[in-house]
Design a protein. Structure first.
Length: 117
């Protein structure tokens, strides 16, 4: 089992920045992928960005150039730095942990990000 605890959400004005954190604990396998997804009201959950344990990254088109995903393997923590935020970035952001060798995945409880003036 893997437990995920997210933090860093909140209310920010358009053009502002937020940094999300997700700390993993439990049975952490060395080969894994951690990522951020988001779900806006009435919409499906979508990938924002993901990063492998080796440091390879993948971004959704609407995150490229504005968001940066990074991780600290020693702390089993993944971060999402979000800059130039737009109202359409408003959503609940979820952290996901995938064990590559088994395909098992785990989700955090979500953190609300609201971009509004």
């Amino acid at each position: 089992q893997v437990q995920l605890v997210e933090s860093g959400g909140g209310l920010v004005q358009p053009g502002g920045s937020l940094r999300l954190s997700c700390a993993a604990s439990g049975s952490i396998f060395s080969i894994n992928v951690m990522g951020w997804y988001r779900q806006a009201p009435g919409k499906q959950r979508e990938l924002v960005a993901a990063i492998t344990s080796g440091g390879s990254t993948n971004y959704a088109d609407n995150a490229k150039g504005r968001f940066t995903i990074s991780r600290d393997n020693a702390k089993n923590t993944v971060y999402l730095q979000m800059n130039s935020l737009k109202p359409e970035d408003t959503a609940v952001y979820y952290c996901r942990f995938v064990v590559v060798t088994t395909g098992n995945d785990y989700w955090g409880q979500g953190t609300q990000v609201t971009v509004s003036s």
